[in-house]
Design a protein around this ligand. Structure first.
Ligand SMILES: [Zn+2]
Length: 260
């Protein structure tokens, strides 16, 4: 039986007709896979599956996703991001790697909103853990979330009206208009990894997507657990950010956008 694979025109253009036909004929289809979007198991013989091609500067990696999660598409990423994306696709982790401090201990909640700076709207995401984050090896109590991020290059925010500065080595991965991950390069020169990976790709508003694509930059704000909370409107989110900044509980960085 041939696999239930979707190969979009742009994926086909990248991999070529021959490879596309081989996939559709089942020669190269994976059978069982982990969905690149929701990361739960899928099977090309049992459910409609999208081919997703991550294209870096020199290499490309073909991945698979439930068609119900994301459509077949090409995602452009840098070579470093490609390696990070591949690791998050395959679910590999490197124990002890720096940057993992905030993973596996608490869930990072992420809220998208646009933020007005100098009369211009910028796409922003606000990251807030569900519970205090302690340094690896530390037993707590306390919350090391902000110190860890500042060590990673985030800057404390004292005035929300000022744009955060660009942080090298990090990026925000958007695919088919949904937020997938915040990627971080290994400062030691190794492969990039997903600092935050969406459990399910996060929908963003048309306005957010438009300004992200226009500016190729996303402002990433972070605050300790219990600081911001779920804010249903952008003006309320702004107020909460200003309050956090006034209390010394807000850090931020500008990151380039990867994907579209
Ligand atoms: Zn899925």
């Amino acid at each position: 039986m041939s696999p239930l694979l979707d190969v979009s025109d742009d994926v086909r253009a990248e991999i070529g007709d021959e490879e596309a036909e081989r996939l559709l004929a089942g020669e190269n289809a994976p059978g069982a896979y982990d969905c690149t979007s929701c990361r739960t198991p899928g099977n090309t013989s049992q459910e409609r599956t999208s081919t997703v091609l991550f294209v870096g500067g020199e290499t490309a990696v073909l991945a698979f996703a439930h068609a119900s999660c994301i459509p077949s598409q090409v995602v452009s990423v840098s070579e470093e991001q490609l390696r990070g994306a591949v690791r998050s696709i395959t679910g590999e982790t490197q124990p002890g790697q720096s940057g993992e401090a905030t993973r596996g201990q608490a869930v990072l909640g992420v809220t998208c909103g646009q933020i007005l700076i100098d009369d211009e709207l910028f796409p922003a995401i606000v990251v807030e853990p569900t519970e205090p984050i302690v340094r690896p090896g530390s037993q707590g109590p306390g919350d090391d979330f902000l110190p860890l991020l500042i060590e990673g290059g985030f800057m404390p925010v004292s005035d929300v009206a000022r744009a955060p500065s660009m942080l090298g080595g990090w990026s925000v991965l958007l695919a088919m208009g949904k937020l997938h991950a915040v990627l971080q390069n290994d400062p030691a020169g190794g492969d990039a990894s997903a600092w935050w990976q969406a459990h399910e790709p996060l929908s963003v508003t048309d306005g957010w997507r438009a300004s992200a694509n226009q500016r190729h930059t996303v402002f990433v704000y972070a605050a300790p657990a219990g600081t911001i909370g779920q804010q249903p409107r952008e003006d309320l989110l702004r107020e909460a950010l200003e309050k956090a900044a006034a209390g010394g509980l807000l850090v931020a960085a500008a990151m380039p956008l990867a994907g579209t």
